[in-house]
Design a protein around this ligand. Sequence first.
Ligand SMILES: Cc1cc2nc3c(=O)[nH]c(=O)nc-3n(C[C@H](O)[C@H](O)[C@H](O)COP(=O)(O)OP(=O)(O)OC[C@H]3O[C@@H](n4cnc5c(N)ncnc54)[C@H](O)[C@@H]3O)c2cc1C
Length: 402
Amino acid sequence: MNRILVLGAGVVGMTTAYALAKRGLDVSVVDAGSGPAEAGASFGNGAQLSYFYTDAMASPSLAMNIHKYLLGLDPAFRVSLSLSPAFLAWGLKFLANSTQRAFERNTTEILELALRSRPGIAELSSKLNFDYSKSGKITLFANEDSLRKAQDLSKLKNRYGAEQVVLTREQALEREPALAHYGHTFVGAIWSPHDDAGDSNLFSKSLRVLLERDYGVQFLFNTKIEDVKRRGNQLGAIATAKEEIQCSRAVICLGACAPSIAKAAGIKLPIWPVQGYSLTVPALDAAPRASITDTARKTVFCRIGDRLRVAGLADIGPSNSQFKEERFRTLLATARGIFPKAGNYEGDLNPWTGFRPVTPNSKPLVGDTKIKGLYLNCGHGSLGWTLSMATAGAVADLIASS
Ligand SMILES: Cc1cc2nc3c(=O)[nH]c(=O)nc-3n(C[C@H](O)[C@H](O)[C@H](O)COP(=O)(O)OP(=O)(O)OC[C@H]3O[C@@H](n4cnc5c(N)ncnc54)[C@H](O)[C@@H]3O)c2cc1C
């Protein structure tokens, strides 16, 4: 009864298990998938540890262009309306967070979380194998207006501890010669020297080995969670498709699936799934060493070991888990069109889709709930891996002290 159940073995669940186990607590992890970070967003994401590019998703520019997203005029970003009350409630809160003031506040608060996460991931990088590299990140801007806005935001972020440098096009080419193969113009860039890269699926797998070996953490895979059982106002058990597991403490780390399980316990979570896609191919010599984010196309290119990961697209709409061939082809066309020599796009593309668990303000939900013993660590949006060690530490401190 004293053990703590971590619900979900994505990168957030795995780091939560680590933070709890390091505090001397007895931990078991439950997941429907066949292994860590197999079935959710942590499998094929953009592979960036983006400590300084922490921009909230809701922004003035998103609000200004929403008509384009609704009409399908932007290949990278799509919004389809749903009449579900949960979507409408989330959407209104999301739009309320799109003012300049809210955007800056949310972005700097996420930056603070990212900076708290960084030492923990650095510590694990020496213990785990996950194709980690100190890549740095170059964020590209297609026009003067977007570059000027990014420059202003960068100044603000640097006041909060970021270290970003504005680069002219020529300086960006000097910093990353592979950009010479970049087939379209960009007017300038922001260089984040301390952003890193790696594979969050490998990270989670390697962390599992450490958790079993050094901390005796137990894993229950292929175990679908169906319900949260209360005993009065206290957590009583977690019902799974296989058995009912008695427990008095559990942490919901279920990514985009968190709302449906929380709802079973009478808790509404403002998280909406925002669908993205990725492909992973062998990297060629002309692949960039730095990770690259193309803001106009909302696409990232990241070298992980001898592979190139290309990830992007953001589709907000009715939640369903279908892989849409047409959307994947858009990503592939972007990759081929703008970085044709970076990867071998002729063989297996390892196509993947996943859902960012996005809150209206892009900040994760971390803390306790109205049910005693039931905690949250979910809603990490576009930066779940990057923020994971900070939120894991915060929820573990709360649990350890209660
Ligand atoms: C295209 C794309 C690119 C991204 N790029 C980056 C990036 O470069 N850097 C970054 O930091 N972040 C990135 N993200 C975001 C990041 O991937 C997510 O924020 C993060 O993976 C969320 O982790 P999680 O553990 O909360 O959720 P998940 O990884 O989704 O894990 C949830 C787990 O819960 C399990 N689960 C769900 N329902 C049940 C159930 N009923 N019973 C049992 N188990 C269940 C699933 O099997 C899964 O293992 C990206 C996301 C996308 C989609």
